[in-house]
Design a binder for this molecule. Structure first.
Ligand SMILES: Nc1ncnc2c1ncn2[C@@H]1O[C@H](COP(=O)(O)OP(=O)(O)O)[C@@H](O)[C@H]1O
Ligand SMILES: O=C(COP(=O)(O)O)[C@H](O)[C@H](O)COP(=O)(O)O
Length: 704
């Protein structure tokens, strides 16, 4: 129990679900476990060897007994070995071995709960409701006895690792999943399409694929080569391509083409699913969960599949219910209950050795009703109908949300304008941390200065004069990147005041357009999804600019002071007016202005942040969360007829994890939408990241 987090150990719903599970493991003996899995584990562990499958057949085992890969066997071995020992000591046949197998599944069950809680941080209570108390999980695992929880756990863990920017580890875990049950292979093309759809993930694809393939081949090739029995068991697995008389196969659904030829529906639907995923473009995590869930659902609906396969839906049904709210939960519950009723009609109820009762309400029904194909077909038809409604609902919801980055087919465009030293580069760098290094391409107005530092023409112009900058090229190149076209652009090196040779800049999922004039050209401004203007307190700006330009850019104090004074008219004429075109105006203010009087002050500079927003719903909720979760002081002024809504936030010791938790409250499926866990900055920079993210969320909700 020590592995279980305290908040779970004291949660009544968790304890209820645990009690149900333990009672089921002790009291019920599912037929598939009694007939197949327990004898296989008992016999092979009684005579351990490198090839348990052949050993089992030599000891009179029947096929198909355990048509899983070595990982499934190794997962259950520790628990069932203890059960076998208990049976040896008690002389109780395989009773304890069966119970031990049940507890082995309970361990996988608990691990999957923990994985889903990490995947949906901030929604742990509802994860308990939608997963831990799911009738489907209880029915399939503890009533019917399938062991699909193990590959489902590995699949969910692989998705969590992808979400946590660990693609190589995700590949290893997915390889283990394939080593548990080969059918997980069906997921791999969808994950590759997801990775490919994010330019920042493309270079991680080889690592992910090699790790997955390497682990899967290492686990499956040797046993398959050297164990004819395993070949026989896997090949006879009724769910694979080989159709077995009397048992369902994924090729059961077909259309006769005459002349004995058939058109198998499953391969067609699977390929259409891959094509659909490819056409979506940049896929959020939420949409990846949706695509995988719908793909599995379609496979399940099109094949009278084993009950266990429905477990693979669980992580995606949980994600769907968390995002889509009560109506979705109701739809999933109805689907689940009809599924359980339909499957109960055709599968055996577990034995109850302790009570000796023939369990199952079915024994109360007239015998002929049980075998009536009409009832069975009716249930299957209702299930198909509900399944199609569920699949369409999941797909619509997933596609709607996928628009978080604006149209998922094009880069997101964020503009940051402001005077020199107001924090444009600092904020752009912070936003790159939010979206992921490889996800952001930056284009800076400084690179479009017309002259180098020593140029004589700086006598005629200041940098703030649009005529001293090639704003046409700046606009043209920014729009090229936003159309996914690469550009060739030189760089203005502030360390030397010289231009570097042109270099190729490739577009990515997010394009940050920063510079003195980022909101100046109308053609550029109109294409931005969010326009930010940094309006730093002038005293603070001078303090920061002097410290930077003298310390990092090699200017003399006199030159910087003279430049600041000389630029004031152009600031008023060309830079400040951009503020009226911004969606958000961010102003860093000194929390302790006295510190500015000491130009040599090298310690921390406590800051406040004033935020003015055009699009500002849930302003009060944002303020409340910043106060409650970030420990900040917040003053709110609602928007007026001609004024923007305003927040003044004070709290320079705001921690990144508090900002992350605040963001999850405001944008619950944040990580799914960003397809990663964002890296937050401390203090007011982190708050600025949050404000920009909320603007993007507002933008998407408006587009829906
Ligand atoms: N959010 C911030 N928090 C703390 N200091 C900042 C922040 N933004 C800017 N600064 C300070 O101001 C200086 C200038 O910032 P910078 O991003 O280079 O401005 P710009 O790109 O607008 O010229 C930085 O060197 C840094 O010391
Ligand atoms: O005003 C700016 C813009 O840069 P920023 O907005 O980053 O301050 C710089 O002074 C010029 O680019 C020249 O740079 P340098 O002083 O290196 O010649």
């Amino acid at each position: 129990m020590a592995l279980i987090p305290l908040d779970l150990r004291t949660n009544r719903w968790f304890l209820l679900g645990l009690a149900i599970r333990v009672a089921a493991v002790v009291m019920l003996v599912p037929e598939v476990q009694a007939q197949w899995f327990t004898p296989f584990m008992a016999r092979t562990l009684a005579a351990p060897g490198l090839d348990p499958w052949t050993g089992f057949l030599h000891h009179g085992g029947q096929v198909p007994e355990f048509f899983y890969g070595p990982v499934m066997y190794l997962f259950h071995a520790p628990f069932t070995a203890l059960g076998l020992l208990a049976d040896r000591l008690a002389g109780s046949g395989t009773a304890f071995t069966g119970i031990a197998l049940g507890f082995s599944l309970l361990a996988a069950d608990l691990a999957l709960l923990l994985v889903l809680r990490r995947m949906h941080e901030g929604q742990e209570e509802r994860v308990l409701l939608f997963y831990w108390l799911s009738p489907l999980v209880l029915f399939i695992t503890y009533w019917h006895g399938d062991t699909d929880l193990v590959p489902t756990l590995l699949l969910a863990l692989s998705l969590l690792l992808l979400q946590r920017n660990a693609p190589r580890m995700a590949g290893v875990v997915l390889g283990l999943g394939i080593g548990a049950k080969v059918s997980i292979l069906a997921v791999v093309p969808f994950l590759l399409i997801f990775l490919w759809s994010h330019r920042r993930h493309r270079d991680t694809m080889p690592g992910f694929l090699l790790a997955c393939a390497g682990v899967a081949l290492l686990l499956l090739v040797p046993p398959l080569l050297f164990s004819p029995a395993l070949q026989q068991m896997l090949a006879s697995n009724p769910r694979l391509l080989v159709a077995n008389p009397g048992m369902a196969s994924i090729l059961d659904v077909d259309i006769m083409l005459g002349g004995g030829q058939k058109l198998y529906i499953m391969p067609i639907v699977y390929l259409l699913g891959l094509y659909g995923a490819w056409k979506v473009g940049r896929m959020s995590f939420g949409l990846l969960h949706t695509v995988l869930g719908v793909a599995y659902l379609v496979v399940l609906l099109l094949t009278p599949s084993a009950v266990g396969w429905y477990l693979w839906l669980i992580p995606f049904l949980v994600a769907f219910q968390l995002r889509a709210g009560p109506r979705a939960a109701g739809l999933v519950l109805v689907f689940t209950l009809v599924l359980i009723a339909a499957k109960t009609l055709i599968t055996a109820a577990p034995a109850v050795p302790l009570l000796g009762l023939p369990l199952g309400w079915l024994s109360l029904l007239p015998a002929d009703m049980m075998t009536s194909l009409r009832l069975n077909s009716l249930m299957a038809s209702v299930l198909m109908g509900l399944g199609i409604v569920l699949a369409l609902t999941m797909l619509r919801r997933g596609l709607d949300e996928n628009d978080f980055f604006g149209l998922s087919q094009r880069p997101l465009a964020i503009g940051i304008a402001g005077d020199s030293g107001t924090g444009k580069d600092t904020l752009a760098l912070a936003m790159a941390g939010l979206f992921g290094e490889g996800a952001v391409t930056g284009i800076s107005g400084d690179d479009y200065h017309l002259f180098e530092r020593r140029g004589k023409l700086w006598q005629a112009f200041t940098h703030l004069d649009p005529r001293a900058n090639d704003l046409e090229a700046f606009t043209r190149d920014a729009l090229s990147l936003l159309a996914w076209r690469p550009i060739m652009c030189r760089h203005y090196d502030h360390a030397t005041g010289l231009f570097t040779p042109p270099r190729r800049i490739q577009a990515s999922d997010v394009v940050m357009v920063t510079g003195l004039h980022a909101l100046y050209p109308p053609a550029l401004r109109e294409r931005l999804d969010v326009g930010l203007y940094l309006d730093m307190d002038e005293g603070l700006r001078r303090f920061f600019k002097i410290r930077r330009d003298v310390g990092q850019r090699g200017h003399s104090l006199e030159r910087v002071l003279a430049s600041i004074e000389r630029r004031m008219p152009d600031y008023e004429a060309f830079i400040r007016p951009q503020r009226d075109h911004a969606d958000v105006v961010l102003s860093l203010l000194p929390a302790d202005p006295v510190l500015l009087e000491d130009p040599d002050h090298a310690g921390p500079m406590p800051l406040k942040l004033r935020v003015r927003m055009r699009r500002a719903t849930s302003l009060d909720r944002l303020a409340r969360l910043l106060i409650a979760l970030c420990g900040a002081q917040v003053d709110v002024t609602q928007a007026g007829a001609n004024t923007m809504a305003e927040l003044v936030i004070d709290g320079s010791d705001v921690k990144p994890e508090d900002i992350h938790f605040t963001a999850l409250q405001l944008v619950p499926h944040l990580e799914e939408l960003l397809a990663r866990r964002p890296a937050w900055q401390p203090g007011m920079t982190g708050i600025m990241q949050l404000i920009v993210l909320l603007q993007l969320a507002e933008l998407t909700s408006k587009r829906r």
